[in-house]
Unconditional design. Structure first.
Length: 280
């Protein structure tokens, strides 16, 4: 029995199936963790969504920014698709309502005490310990799964507020939570988010640090798996450095799709057959 964590798939169904074959994935003995961004920019978002749904209790996925973007476009009132969005196959599917309902019921943070791993899509601000992160994720999940989800999606986009404050309330609080869990890469030493830089460490302004390098980060004692940062592998960070493992190796951009077996930290990957255009 093994548990494999896999980085951002983003509609790369062919590579996903190849990777499952490569690792010898066998449910019900084995289980999958997916770092989010199941959909968008790749060519087969619908196939990926159906494949993952079909695995039932043998898979857990956290929501990524592209998953939420799909939901915002489908369920919100004002958001238009970007010219590089490729989730039209989902919206045209006869079962699209079932697919979207399943997607919005997925968690934003997954923690397994027995395996000693926590998984999010993007990162955690330095002010949060794992209990605070879990509580904030649950607050947002309640909204996503309830009648206020449409109102939230209409207010989800934006970069403010950019720093955690326990007094944050309402949509501002939820927007900060979603930006941390699904969008962040860099922040200042005091934990102020900068959501614009997307390059690998070393290319950012000298006032910024990767979120996991901030001194006194309160979650530093937790082993954290994340995705979202496709350019991170270009800097060749040591797996497990700072107690984090970034598994997005840019499959949709022509890189690789990567899995890590949690029991022994062994990495597996397959080459991309896809090359999406520029974008996030």
């Amino acid at each position: 029995m093994a548990t494999y964590a896999i980085g951002d798939i983003q509609g790369c169904h062919r590579e996903f199936v190849e990777l499952l074959t490569h690792i010898g994935f066998r449910p019900p003995d084995d289980h999958l963790w997916l770092t989010g961004d199941l959909v968008n920019r790749g060519p087969q978002s619908l196939a990926v969504l159906r494949e993952v749904m079909g695995l039932g209790r043998h898979v857990v996925t956290v929501l990524g920014n592209h998953d939420l973007h799909l939901l915002a476009h489908a369920l919100g009132n004002r958001r238009r698709p970007h010219r590089s969005d490729t989730f039209g196959d989902i919206l045209a599917a006869a079962d699209y309502a079932k697919l979207l309902d399943w997607l919005r019921h997925q968690p934003l943070l997954h923690r397994d005490i027995a395996l000693d791993f926590t998984m999010v899509h993007a990162g955690l601000p330095p002010q949060w310990d794992i209990e605070q992160a879990t509580n904030c994720a649950r607050e947002l999940e309640v909204v996503l799964r309830g009648p206020d989800c449409v109102a939230f999606f209409d207010r989800m986009y934006g970069n403010e507020p950019d720093r955690w404050d326990t007094d944050l309330t309402g949509w501002d609080r939820l927007r900060f939570v979603v930006n941390c869990l699904t969008r962040m890469r860099y922040c200042t030493r005091r934990g102020r988010l900068d959501l614009k830089p997307k390059g690998p460490p070393g290319t950012q302004d000298d006032k910024l640090l990767p979120w996991y390098e901030v001194p006194d980060r309160r979650s530093r004692g937790e082993r954290i798996i994340f995705g979202h940062w496709a350019t991170l592998h270009l800097a060749s960070p040591e797996p497990g450095a700072h107690n984090v493992w970034g598994l997005d190796t840019g499959c949709v951009w022509g890189g690789r799709l990567t899995a890590m077996r949690l029991e022994d930290l062994r990495l597996f990957s397959v080459a991309s057959h896809t090359r999406a255009g520029p974008g996030d």
